[in-house]
Design a protein around this ligand. Structure first.
Ligand code: ZN
Length: 91
């Protein structure tokens, strides 16, 4: 695992906060553009987005057993961000 700079971490944190809205198509244009750009360059968040999409799809199709692994990954991701030292959103 590589070390991330604080600004990268902050970007990830910001992205994780709006990712849900972005994937639901509810983010404003600027936010959507920023998120899309970040997902392109950040494998971690790209994976996060993929996982979230998979979960949404499973929910939509009425599948009850959402992939446990996907859920676990999502939780671990959120925890790792929360643990990363109180990065606050400058906005
Ligand atoms: Zn990221």
């Amino acid at each position: 695992m590589t070390l991330m700079s604080l600004s990268e971490m902050a970007r990830c944190f910001r992205t994780s906060r709006v990712l849900q809205r972005y994937l639901d198509g509810e983010a404003d244009e600027l936010t959507a553009a920023r998120v899309a750009e970040h997902l392109e360059e950040c494998r971690r968040c790209g994976l996060h987005a993929q996982t979230y999409r998979a979960i949404k799809q499973a929910l939509r199709s009425g599948t009850q057993d959402v992939d446990e692994l996907a859920l676990h990954r999502l939780r671990a991701f959120n925890r790792s961000l929360a643990r990363s030292g109180g990065v606050t959103d400058p906005e």
